[in-house]
Design a binder for this molecule. Sequence first.
Ligand SMILES: C[S@@+](CC[C@H](N)C(=O)[O-])C[C@H]1O[C@@H](n2cnc3c(N)ncnc32)[C@H](O)[C@@H]1O
Length: 491
Amino acid sequence: MSLFTANPSPAVAAILDDLAFPRLKALVIDTTGMAFYRDKDGDLARILAERMAEIGCGDCAAYLGLLQSQGQGKAEMDALIAELTIGETYFFRHKEQFDALRDLILPEVIERNRPVRRLRIWSAGCATGPEPYSVAIMLEREFGDRIAGWHVTVLGTDINQKFLTRAREGRYDEWAFRTMPDSLRAACFERAGSQWQIRPEFKRNVSFQYHNLIKSPFPSLADNIAGFDIIICRNVIIYFSQATVESLVPCFHESLNDGGWLIMGHAEPNQRLFSRFRTVNTPGAVLYQRVDRPDEAVVEKAPPSPPPSSLPPPLPKPAPLPAGRGEPSKAAPLRRVRPPVPSRPPPAPAVPAAGPSEGGDRLKVARDLADSGQWEKAAAACDAIIAAVPLDAWAHFYRAMVHEQLGEDEPCEKALRRAIYLDRRLVLPHYHLGLFLARKDDAAGAVRSFRNAQALLAGLADEQPVNPGEKITVGQMREAVAMHLKLVGGA
Ligand SMILES: C[S@@+](CC[C@H](N)C(=O)[O-])C[C@H]1O[C@@H](n2cnc3c(N)ncnc32)[C@H](O)[C@@H]1O
């Protein structure tokens, strides 16, 4: 039993006795996945009491109505989530996993990606940012020479907007460095009063975006959540129900490139749950690798020795995998996952199917290929549609997304502008052009593009897909646009 249920304040007691409390609790758990609160009524009621007092809301039914309302609902849900979520985190948390990242995973991925010179890493549930920044620090200091000139992305996502704001600032108290050597901190951070500010060279490849693991479908290239080499999701699923976790694992699997790695919290290993992955044990860490073609797996190779560094000393080499571990799982796909992406696009239909795109089914194939990180095949599929239907705005849009993933800036911008030229009503090309221009420090251009996207979204129902066939909803897009507008100073 929680401390708060033992002797609740009158406001908390009133919430616990309120007939609408169970519905409010169900909404909170359904929105965040935090089944953690299932048996913590006292804690939840205390947080609700604080929020409701702050905005002058009298009872649970009224607050429920507000959370579900079209206008203010989203902002209030964000404010509530900011109080509900637990953001405990620090730099290089659980050293053994970072050792495995440095000694096994990064050397292997970098070697494999050498021909394409790119690297995509996702920290899902990144809280205030130490996890993605730790990865960026390791990349820069340990592998900087090997990946110089590469297109590197370290993406941190979270459901808590306040955490994301702090993550973007990159300024931390002493406590965030509790296990990091002082010398390493001094090399990577600058003093900022009583805090420490991360240096720009460790920040430039790191970006942050809102993403709710429960409500935002993934993989989704249009949402920038696809085609990762490494996914780190630590100390997040511990708050979710077993059923939720089971539905997420296939999504992580699909969001990885073939050969990509999943790192979960050190206390979360589960052979059955991750059975579709190859399990790799290193001292103090259990890692999961997506292996679509087991005979081509490369983990048995000894990792190249890392260059000298000021990070903690390397671990012994991981033991070779026991025979039989490489078999891909035969487990049936779970409910959230899309059907497996075909390894080769099926022959193009002679007549384009009806739908949002002239390219019809062929476009879906291209999008699925892109969502699963098969960039070259996705590019070829888009090019084939464009050759057949040159005015297909969607084909140009997905081609732009693939250009972006390949670090091809100029063709990416051109393809986005072409998609917009061909159909000004599509929200996603405006949004992605905004992101592109923001990255290029063209704030005025970015503001224009985000405002265009905003205008197109006006009046649409939150729950409908942002564009036909897309997984992102209008509500999610609205929120993403508003956040980016704010970041570029347009709101
Ligand atoms: C304990 S922190 C973990 C931080 C970091 N991964 C680490 O291990 O140091 C858990 C994070 O998960 C986030 N979270 C909780 N529910 C989430 C959801 N449905 N989608 C995305 N993030 C979520 C919380 O906001 C919080 O920042």
